[in-house]
Design a protein around this ligand. Structure first.
Ligand SMILES: NC(=O)c1ccc[n+]([C@@H]2O[C@H](COP(=O)([O-])OP(=O)(O)OC[C@H]3O[C@@H](n4cnc5c(N)ncnc54)[C@H](O)[C@@H]3O)[C@@H](O)[C@H]2O)c1
Length: 370
């Protein structure tokens, strides 16, 4: 097991990464001052892991109340959060208690948000069960629910007490979900670590085959990079926005197609290709660099071409993004592979090219050459 520490001005918490950690409840017990816990999960993960965790906690006389929510991004709604509150209130009226959640990013974001609001803050623990949640959403304290006008539109910064990432739980994850998680892993290489990007190019097959060492290294490096950025900028007033690489375009895809049509990681993957193409159009990276990005994303089993939403809808959806400041969209682009920057606004000609699908510079060039 590897343990990373995330240290912030008001709190500090461990991120444990390793195999078989779900059974090591001693990692969790120090964070439960009273022996009573709500386990929030969903209808897919509950049959796989709920009883196992419940039994382990029962061995230590911890009373468990399961809260099992429906599965999927389209359930990350105010309505389901309300149902969450009702069940939590019925269970622990007037007592601040723990929401402990073996789950993917959807339940984690929603439970974190509910925990932030419930009685002005109930402590919670993250037990991520998807690759995406282990490398990204469970770390750093961003919690949110969706709104018809925008993805993750309603939310709070609220840190967990501990993150327990058991890589063994990924064995039951569908391949498409594993690929979606790899999108966020690739994001870290692109935004801040060129040598990690090269490592990913060398180990993509091993990651897809869930080689335990490769997985553990990819999760560790991703969490290290995220923790490092969050420690410098917890509330996203600066450098943390770099973690949104691919997300301005990606959120527009998710909202435009309807939540759940594309997985979050798939939308981010196609969004990163657009960000790379925009960076090439700005003259910062080469067509070969864009091809390198496309090739790696494609090898991870992810889409490289965005859906055709129409320029007007693209711009409207991106205009609702949280990353808009004083009417200007703040794009995360690449000065080089492994070096992301924030770019306020893009020339109209670049946007039109990008959003009408004429952006696949590398693919077009290779086609011309062949
Ligand atoms: N808070 C953040 O910083 C942050 C960062 C990135 C993404 N997110 C959010 O995370 C969400 C996506 O998370 P996700 O990709 O984990 O999706 P998810 O939570 O929907 O999980 C994906 C699917 O896998 C199933 N599943 C989960 N664990 C499983 C397991 N071990 N075995 C079998 N099936 C399993 C789930 O039930 C679901 O059907 C999005 O809502 C996104 O906005 C948040």
């Amino acid at each position: 097991m590897i343990t990373l520490d995330l240290t912030l001005p008001d709190t500090r918490y461990p991120i444990h990464i390793g195999r078989g950690l779900l059974d090591q409840v001693e990692l969790l017990l120090p964070h439960l001052p009273i022996p009573k816990v709500a386990i929030v999960t969903n209808t897919v993960v509950a049959p796989l892991y709920l009883v196992r965790l419940q039994k382990k906690l029962a061995e230590h006389d911890v009373e468990v109340t399961p809260i099992i929510l429906p599965d999927g991004e389209d359930h990350k709604t105010p309505g389901n959060t309300e149902s969450h509150f009702r069940r939590t209130a019925a269970w622990s009226l007037r007592t601040k208690n723990y929401a402990d959640c073996p789950r993917g990013g959807v339940i984690g974001d929603m439970t974190g948000f509910a925990a932030a609001c419930y009685q002005r803050g109930a402590p919670f623990i993250q037990i991520p069960t998807t690759l995406l949640a282990q490398v990204d959403s469970s770390v750093g304290g961003k919690t949110a629910i969706n709104h018809p006008l925008g993805k993750n539109m309603i939310g709070a910064f609220y840190q967990p007490k501990v993150v327990i990432a058991d890589t063994e739980l990924l064995a039951t994850l569908p391949t498409r979900e594993l690929s979606a998680g790899l999108a966020e892993v690739i994001k870290y290489g692109l935004l801040g670590d060129a040598s990690f990007l090269s490592w990913l190019e060398e180990h993509m097959e091993a990651l897809l085959a869930q080689d335990p060492d490769a997985l553990q290294y990819a999760i560790r490096r991703s969490c290290e990079m995220k923790a490092n950025i969050v420690q410098q900028d917890e509330k996203e007033s600066g450098i943390r926005a770099l973690l949104n690489l691919g997300h301005t375009f990606g959120h527009a895809i998710e909202t435009g197609l309807g939540y759940g049509a594309w997985l979050h990681g798939e939308a981010v993957a196609a969004g990163m290709v657009l960000a790379a193409a925009a960076s090439a159009a700005m003259g910062w990276i080469t067509a070969d660099d864009v091809l390198r990005v496309e090739t790696l994303i494609s090898r991870a089993g992810l889409p490289i071409k965005s859906p055709d939403l129409g320029v007007a809808q693209w711009l409207e959806l991106m205009g609702h993004d949280k990353k808009v400041e004083s009417g200007t969209i703040r794009y995360v682009l690449l000065k080089a592979l492994g070096h992301a920057i924030i770019q306020p606004g893009l020339p109209k000609s670049v946007m039109t090219k990008l959003l009408t699908g004429r952006h696949i510079i590398a693919t077009e060039q290779s086609a011309r050459q062949s």
